[in-house]
Design a protein around this ligand. Sequence first.
Ligand code: EPU
Length: 349
Amino acid sequence: MISLTALNTLRLPAYAESLVAVRQSSGLLAISESLGDRPRVILGGGSNLVLQGIADHPLDAVVLHNQLRGIVRLPEQDGLTRIRCAGGESWHAFVMWTLAQGLAGLENLALIPGTVGAAPIQNIGAYGVELADRIEAVHAWDFASRDHVMFARDDCRFGYRHSLFKEPEVQGPWNAPRFLVTAVDFSLWPAARSPVVTGYAGLSERLGQMGIQGRPQPLQIAHAVISLRREKLPDPEDLANAGSFFKNPVVPEGLASALKAQHPGLPVYSQADGMKLSAGWLIEAAGLKGVRKGGAGVYDRHALVLVNHGTASGHDLLGLARDIQQAVMSRFGVWLETEPQILPPLHAG
Ligand code: EPU
């Protein structure tokens, strides 16, 4: 039996019968053939994952650990540099590599934990930029056709923390995901003429505090983002967590204005499909910032992040998440959806 504790950033105790390292995309056919119909799950950096399996009930699936490596330059197009990065590369290391090459576009997404292959699945986003704004294509292994496939950006159905890779009718059941992301193609700008996105609350102020006047360099934006993230979010190496545990809820305009009238401090952002509320604010206002339930807790500097103080199981953490959902529901009439992938999912029993 394999322990998965070191492979998930919430450091939850969980086990699986076996683990297969995927090191070369050319090896995926042989892996598919040897797996046959056995249940499988795909693991990247384990930074957006709640594992429920305990020693008595290991995860009933072979864990495929995406360790595909490599970064290559593709031919330039329309003055943009195109880069293909393998799915098992560290996201943050890749962002810093692009900046060191003088390539810009990913600086607002610095210090997000996890792998490049996981990034398109939930369309990672931070400080005013989403992955969907910067990629060209996603390459994947298709376990159904046992072949390599490519999705152009516009075919990925990207939305807020969403893509087609999260849709059960496309990706299949939790223990038979259809696609494993092998690589992602990016279009990046030369640093001197990249779009500068500093409108997100706190970012331009931080650049000012760093003494940066005028147009900031992409690397300076990355450093400002890194310093903001370090201030607000716990480093999983110091305090186990999986980043935001809930999505910011998008609600109809009527409900948003009623809530805003009652609670003028509530941050509300206009979206194409409604009004986005700040889940962290709602949890804090419900009095839950910093609370602990056994080994599980709400981070005391950012209420959207749940942490494992050392002894929590997936069950404990999901119990706390449930308490939060119910408290926010009864106080504000808004249901918070969990953000990380839960394995096995709650409805799988
Ligand atoms: N807030 C509170 N109390 C809290 C936390 C936040 O009142 O305890 C308020 C803040 O004052 C601020 C607002 O909530 O006005 C927004 O907070 P923040 O800028 O920290 O962003 P967020 O909406 O909580 C989202 C992403 C983060 C991303 C940041 C920055 C989601 C689910 N989370 O958080 O992504 O880093 O914006 O762009 O959309 C992640 O997905 O794991 C993640 C960390």
